[in-house]
Ligand binder design. Sequence first.
Ligand code: DLZ
Length: 212
Amino acid sequence: MRDDNHQGLEPSTNLQDGSNLRILIVHTRWNLHIVQGLVEGAKKAMIEQHRVKPDNVVIESVPGAYELPFAAKKFLEVSQIRAAEGANDLMGNVNLLGDLNLTSPTASAKPTTPSSTSSTRSKQAFDAVICIGVLIKGSTMHFEYICEAVTQGIMRVGLDSGVPVIFGVLTCLNEEQALNRAGMDEAGQGHNHGLDWGSGAVEMALLKTRSF
Ligand code: DLZ
């Protein structure tokens, strides 16, 4: 069914050049068939419209939407520690991760070899995070509680860290609404909101480079 109330993001008049940015997408595995379409939309906008390098789009997953704020915060912190570690390695070989006894919580959990550690350390911290998930209302109050917690949590991570965190969570009354907002509806008249989230992440990440 066509959503006549759809309002997409009006593109910025300036080119938002994301070629120096590194952006994290954290997505849920709940409602994965829809979430994947949204993740692809966000990637497409960042890479094709904003010149973000494909290697600089990092994708991680969590079980459900409730886990998004925690994961965004942790991945962000680890990326900041690794970036600082890389800078310190250049100056004096200080190992912050080792000192704090932190390990990476990434889903891929690759074994740490000396070469992979040093290449990971040289990576820049994430300039923005996009949290992507799909919440579909059921017959209990669960939906309302998760929506509230996720919304507040994602906002808090952004404000506390000073790094923009995009709210890419659809909160829908049924699957049809979600498919429409992922541009996956049968009639092909929906709009993939992932595109807007990708553009929004680049624009917000670039705020710090603005002079006023
Ligand atoms: C439990 C639950 C329910 C009922 N529905 C969804 C949903 O529609 N979308 C989603 O991303 N996650 C859902 N979850 C899982 C919670 O987000 C969370 O993963 C669990 O409550 C464990 O903390």
